[in-house]
Write a protein that binds this ligand. Structure first.
Ligand code: GDP
Length: 193
């Protein structure tokens, strides 16, 4: 096997050989759970402790190599603030290939809100959408109120990918997006090549 083999990590200059998949990815979840922070960590490998919650939509792209033959470009729609303008949400998730529904492990209400978003996506989004549940702020273990097992059981039952993440410490952030890329690829018949 070649030493230059790239694993599923972020790459500034993604390998263009092989197939290029492009996925529209939306983030949903209660305000302040860390949606924008997860995107910032994934796209720029940065974290801002004092960031204000975003209002409005931000649009970013990030490209990762899943393996020698597969590159994935995410068009990320950070819909922060959409919880205040709920009627706009369908505009964001229409035609989305994948969704990250985020809750905060220190806020029970944020998991309830995440479940409501999952229900809405499963009813109204593309039936092939790949949905991941992200329990963010896993670094705040002393303030944890949502147990991993509880969220995992819900994710299994609802057919979601599941990761506990920390945008602050970068825990599981690349793993989350890589897993979404791999699973979305399985739905490739609906996508551009
Ligand atoms: P959004 O409204 O869901 O986009 O949330 P933001 O990304 O704006 O984050 C809200 C607040 O939570 C900010 O003060 C962030 O610094 C903080 N935050 C986000 N992710 C984490 C995390 O993984 N750990 C900790 N400790 N704080 C986080």
């Amino acid at each position: 096997m070649s030493n230059s083999r790239q694993t599923a990590t972020q790459s500034q200059q993604p390998q263009q050989a092989g197939k290029l998949f492009q996925f529209k990815l939306v983030l949903l979840g209660e305000s302040a759970v860390g949606k924008s922070s997860l995107v910032l960590r994934f796209v720029k490998d940065q974290f801002d402790d004092y960031r204000e919650s975003t209002i409005g939509a931000a649009f970013l792209t990030q490209t990762i190599c899943l393996d020698d033959a597969t590159t994935v470009k995410f068009e990320i729609w950070d819909t922060a603030g959409q919880e205040r303008y709920k009627s706009l949400a369908p505009m964001y998730y229409r035609n989305a290939n994948c969704a990250v529904v985020v809750y905060d492990i220190t806020q029970v209400s944020s998991l309830d809100k995440a479940k409501a978003w999952v229900k809405e996506l499963q009813r109204q989004a593309d039936p092939n959408i790949v949905i991941a549940l992200a329990g963010n702020k896993s670094d705040l273990s002393a303030r944890r109120v949502v147990e991993t097992e509880e969220a995992q059981a819900y994710a299994d039952e609802a057919g979601l990918l599941f990761f506990e993440t920390s945008a602050k410490t970068a825990t599981n952030v690349n793993e989350l997006f890589t897993s979404i890329g791999k699973n979305s690829k399985l739905e490739m018949k609906f996508l551009r090549h």
